[in-house]
Design a protein around this ligand. Structure first.
Ligand SMILES: Cc1ncc(C[n+]2csc(CCOP(=O)(O)OP(=O)(O)O)c2C)c(N)n1
Ligand SMILES: [Mg+2]
Length: 582
C-alpha cells in the first residue's frame, strides 16, 4: 500500500475508534502535516469538527466543551509551535481533570532534530501535564494498521476517563504524500459511524481507609465539611446527607456545585469567607475537618484550616492526586466523592453528630454575614463589581451557567453568589488560575450547554484571549460576556504591593487604555457600555455574542469590598448572632 493510502486508512480507523469510545467533538486548526486526520474528521458525521484559527483558543475551547459535556474532546494541530500553543490548556485540563485527546501531527522520526522545517521535539512535550503520552508509528501498509490506530484511540480515551481523568497526548507522525490525488482518494466506507457512551471510572475507596475515617467522624464533636471546587460538581445529595448525619456545617465553594440546587442546603454555608476573615474566628475550633474537592477559593478558609493543624483532617479525593499544599492530611480516602460520601454515611453509628450549638452557631454567623453583604451591596451608589453576581443570580433562569474569569470575578462569585434553590452551574479555570483562554473556555461551554451562558471576566483577561472571540462568529454561538473593566489588574490593589506607589501603577495596576468596543465589532458582536444596573439588566437579553461592559474604579472597588467585608464580619461577630433559621 502506498503512503497516502496508509495515512488515510490509519486516520479513518483512528477517528472511528474515537467516536466509538465516546468522543463527539474535535477542535481542529489548519495546517499541512495534520492533513490525513483533518480530512478523516471532515468526511464523517459522528464527531463534530469545530474549526478554530489559533491553537491556544482551540485548546481552551476544547477544555470548556469537555468540562460541560462530560465527554472527552479531541484536539488536532499541525507540527511545530502550533503544538506548543496547546500547553496552557493542557496544564489546566490536567489540574481540573478534564479529558482531552491531544493529537499533534509530526514529521517522520527521521526528520526530527535534523533542521527540518516546522519541526520541534514533540514526543512527550507536555511532560507531567498529561496522563499518558505516546509517539505513534508512521502508518504503514501492514494489514494491522487500522487495528493499531484504533487501539491507540481507544486506549487514549480510556486513560483520559480513568481514575483521575485528564488529558492524553498522541504525537502522530505522517510521511508524504499526506493524501492521495482527488481521483485516487478512496471514498469513506459506507455506513454510519456510531458515537458510543463514554465510560468513566468510579473508583471505590478501600474499606480499611473508610473504617478509619468513619471512626474519627463518629467521635467528632465539632465536625466541619469543606467542599472545594470540583469539575462536574461534587455529589450534592450524598454530601448533604453525610452533613445531615454528622450535623456538620458545609463550607461550600461556589465551584463545588453545592451552593445552588434542590438538594438539602440547610447546612450549606456561603459567607464563611467574610466570617473567617475576622480574627475572632480563632475562637471556632473544629475537631475534625472532612475535605472534598480542591483547595477553596477563599484564602481566609485556607488560613483557617492551617490554624487548626491539630484537628483530624480527612482528605477525600480521587486516587492519583494529593491536594494538600499545607500538609494537613491525617486520613486519606481515595475514591470517587459520591461513593466515599455514601459509604461514610452508611458506616456512621446511630447517634453520631456534633455537639449542641456547633452547627447552629456556624449557620447563624453565616446568615448574619450574608445579609450584611447583601445590604452593603445594595447600598453602594457607584458600580460595585460584586453586585454583578447578585444581579445575575436574580436575572438568570434555573439551569443557566455562569463562567467566571480568575482574579476578582471568581472571588466576587465566592462572596456574592448565595445559596439558593434555583440551580446555576458555576464554572471557572481554577486548576492553574490562568487569566488566559477564559473567553475560549466559556465559548466551549456555550457550545455544549443547554441553557444560557454568561461569562464574567476582567479587562486584562478579556484582552488576553481576544482571538478566542472568533469562535462565536464562526460557530454562531450565544455567549453574554460581562466585561468588568477597571482598566487593569484590580486584584493587585488588595495586595501589599499596592502600598508601593512608585512602582504599583506601571507594573501591577497596568491600565491598558483600550476601547474594547472595536474588538467586539471586529468579531460581529454587540457591545453595550452600561451606566447603571437598570441598563445592565436590559442589556442581558438577546443572543449571539453580547458584550456588556461595566466600567469600575480599581481603588474605589477595594474600598467598597473592604466596607462590605467589615459589615459582614461585624454582623457575624456581634455579641449575639441572630438565631439560626433554615
Ligand atoms: C496567564 C496568566 N498571566 C498572568 C497571571 C497573573 N495575574 C493574576 S490576576 C491578573 C490581573 C487580571 O486582571 P483582570 O483580568 O482585569 O481582572 P481584575 O484583577 O481587574 O479583576 C494577573 C495579570 C495569571 N494568573 N495568568
Ligand atoms: Mg481588571
Amino acid at each position: 500500500m502506498d503512503v497516502a493510502a496508509a495515512n488515510t486508512r490509519a486516520a479513518r480507523a483512528f477517528v472511528r475508534a474515537l467516536a466509538a469510545a465516546g468522543v463527539a467533538d474535535a477542535c481542529i486548526t489548519p495546517g499541512s502535516r495534520s492533513t490525513p486526520l483533518t480530512i478523516a474528521f471532515a468526511e464523517q458525521d459522528a464527531i463534530k469538527p469545530w474549526l478554530h484559527l489559533d491553537e491556544r483558543a482551540s485548546s481552551y475551547f476544547a477544555l470548556g466543551l469537555a468540562r460541560t459535556s462530560g465527554r472527552p474532546v479531541a484536539l488536532l494541530c499541525t507540527s511545530g509551535t502550533a503544538a506548543a500553543n496547546f500547553h496552557p490548556a493542557i496544564a489546566e485540563a490536567s489540574l481540573s481533570r478534564i479529558p482531552l485527546i491531544v493529537c499533534t501531527a509530526d514529521r517522520p522520526p527521521a526528520l526530527r532534530d535534523a533542521g527540518s522545517p516546522q519541526t520541534i521535539p514533540q514526543p512527550g512535550m507536555f511532560g507531567p501535564n498529561v496522563r499518558w503520552a505516546a509517539d505513534l508509528p508512521l502508518p504503514s501498509g501492514d494489514t494491522a494498521v487500522a487495528a493499531r490506530f484504533a487501539a491507540f484511540a481507544t486506549r487514549a480515551v480510556h486513560v483520559s476517563l480513568g481514575d483521575l481523568p485528564g488529558p492524553v497526548h498522541l504525537n502522530m507522525p505522517f510521511d508524504e504524500p499526506l493524501v492521495a490525488a482527488p481521483g485516487e482518494h478512496p471514498p469513506p466506507a459506507p455506513g454510519v459511524i456510531e458515537v458510543g457512551e463514554p465510560v468513566r471510572a468510579q473508583p471505590a475507596p478501600a474499606t480499611a481507609e473508610l473504617e478509619l475515617a468513619a471512626n474519627v467522624l463518629a467521635h467528632a464533636r465539632r465536625p466541619l465539611i469543606v467542599a472545594g471546587p470540583e469539575t462536574g460538581g461534587l455529589p450534592a445529595s450524598e454530601v448533604a446527607a453525610l452533613a445531615a448525619a454528622l450535623d456538620a456545617p458545609v463550607l461550600a465553594d461556589p465551584l463545588s456545585g453545592l451552593r445552588t440546587g434542590a438538594h438539602d442546603r440547610s447546612r450549606i454555608l456561603d459567607s464563611y469567607d467574610a466570617v473567617l476573615r475576622d480574627p475572632r474566628s480563632g475562637a471556632i475550633a473544629p475537631d475534625c475537618i472532612l475535605r472534598f474537592g480542591a483547595i477553596p477559593t477563599s484564602k481566609a478558609t485556607g488560613q483557617f484550616l492551617v490554624r487548626h493543624r491539630s484537628s483530624a483532617h480527612i482528605q477525600a479525593d480521587l486516587p492519583g492526586s494529593w491536594r494538600d499544599p499545607d500538609a494537613l492530611t491525617t486520613h486519606r480516602l481515595s475514591g470517587s466523592p459520591a461513593l466515599t460520601a455514601a459509604a461514610l454515611r452508611a458506616m456512621l453509628p446511630p447517634g453520631s453528630g456534633s455537639e449542641p450549638g456547633w452547627a447552629a452557631g456556624w449557620l447563624a454567623r453565616d446568615r448574619a454575614a450574608r445579609e450584611a453583604m447583601r445590604s452593603a451591596c445594595a447600598s453602594f451608589e457607584e458600580p460595585f463589581e460584586g453586585r454583578v453576581f447578585l444581579e445575575l443570580q436574580a436575572a438568570l433562569p434555573a439551569g443557566a451557567t455562569i463562567v467566571v474569569g480568575n482574579s476578582m470575578p471568581v472571588r466576587d462569585l465566592d462572596s456574592f453568589l448565595f445559596s439558593d434553590a434555583k440551580q446555576l452551574r458555576l464554572l471557572s479555570n481554577r486548576g492553574a488560575n490562568g487569566i488566559d483562554g477564559v473567553t475560549s473556555s466559556a465559548l466551549g461551554t456555550a457550545a455544549a450547554a443547554r441553557g444560557p451562558v454568561v461569562l464574567v471576566i476582567g479587562d486584562l483577561s478579556f484582552y488576553h484571549d481576544l482571538t478566542g472571540l472568533w469562535a462565536a462568529k464562526r460557530h454562531g454561538l450565544s455567549l453574554t460576556i460581562v466585561l468588568v473593566n477597571n482598566d487593569g489588574g484590580g486584584i493587585f490593589g488588595y495586595l501589599p504591593q499596592a502600598s508601593h506607589p512608585d512602582v504599583f501603577e506601571e507594573w501591577f495596576g497596568t491600565p491598558s487604555g483600550l476601547d474594547f468596543s472595536h474588538a467586539v465589532a471586529l468579531f460581529g458582536g454587540r457591545h453595550t457600555l452600561v451606566r447603571d444596573w437598570a441598563g445592565f439588566r436590559s442589556a442581558l437579553t438577546g443572543g449571539g455574542l453580547n458584550v456588556i461592559e461595566l466600567r469600575t474604579g480599581r481603588q474605589r472597588n477595594v474600598a467598597l469590598h473592604r466596607e462590605a467585608w467589615a459589615a459582614a464580619a461585624s454582623a457575624a461577630w456581634a455579641p449575639s448572632p441572630a438565631p439560626a433559621s433554615t
